[in-house]
Design a protein around this ligand. Sequence first.
Ligand code: UD1
Length: 418
Amino acid sequence: MESYHIRGGNKISGEYSVKGAKNAALPILAATILCGAECQLSNIPQITDVNSMKKILNELGCKTDTSEETVIVDSSELVADTISLKRMREMRSSVFLLGALLGRCGSAVISQPGGCNIGSRPIDLHLHALRMLGTEITEKDDVIICKASKLRGAVIEFSFPSVGATENAIMAAATAEGHTILKNCAMEPEICDLQNFLNSCGADIHGSGTKTIHINGNSALHGGNHRIIPDRIECGTYLVAAAATGGEIVVKNAESLHLKSILEKLIETGCTVGVKRDRIYLKACEKLTALDKLITGPYPEFPTDLQSPFLTMLTLAEGKSYVEETIFENRFAFANELKRMGADLLVEDNHAFVTGVKELQGCRVAATDLRGGASLAIAGLMAQGETFIEGIEHIERGYADFSQTLRSLGADIRKTND
Ligand code: UD1
């Protein structure tokens, strides 16, 4: 089994060019099915979740051709509408195939998706939106069978602004007959990216990035070219790694507008932050200051995906911090590993109370989810001595060349096979 072996104490410093956003690339790869033609996507991150999505597309009959960070998908010939249980379990984003397949051929058979162990993660909001658009859904054991003789536009109000449900509804409505209005939508930048991709293929969607999205269905989409937006979560992870280790970093190819809540919190901890065009500069301060309140929420609030790296950084900040998780109930699971490294942490339900300590000590820890896993690597960089991280397949689902990148920024990290 592969693991990371980290010797702590080095600063994370230097320059890094941020990759394309995982959470934009995955729904957009799925959405190429709607086009029935060749689509060229650039700035696709080379991560295992993208490989899993490409395998699903291949099993459905799409041809994919990858050259570094460019992927060409030709979806002109679909041969199946069913995603195997194995693929569904590999990653949660397999659920995006639902809206895409329904929009393309009016049927889809999936099972409950897998993904990170960060909470119960139901898909009721996805299914509700698809039903409103005219899909008949039968759930039997773990299998979900969806059929729509004709998708028709509808007015759909989400009870919670779910990112994935908003994206699935956009995909199904893009080729439906008539006009769809989606209300109380999630406003994440990755949803705007999906809209922009589909519009470049002939769709008529507007309003993404606001609470209300309007879609005029067009059953004749065509191929297109699209560049995926930069990954704000990956960018934030490396900024935190620098802040937590006393480093100085320039992240290139970033979109700082997408990182507003994150940069504000980094400044609050005492870091110096500067933005110039697509570059974000961060210089850590001598001793980080605790945060009175860090509360996650739907965009533009503080992203749940960066809660774990921030919580990790705060274990060495001066004073007491309070962190509240409002999106996923198990996001604090990794905090037990931080405690084993010497962090002073009290977790009660979705609240974490952190008292800064002088140092963390390296030990053997296990990653059980993507962002928590990356955070344990940051903890290893902050700690005295050696840290071994197991379960690194979780980290590599979402970070391209994670250990090489950290090493190029000064970390003493090796991937070992033990
Ligand atoms: C997406 C991101 C993930 C991020 C999350 C929140 C992708 C591929 N993943 O996940 O990295 O952490 O947004 O920003 O884009 N919910 C329901 N029923 C549903 C759907 C969601 O109750 O049908 C709940 C979830 O359990 C959770 C909340 O809504 O408590 C938010 O989930 P959602 O916004 O859907 O997250 P994902 O799309 O899964």
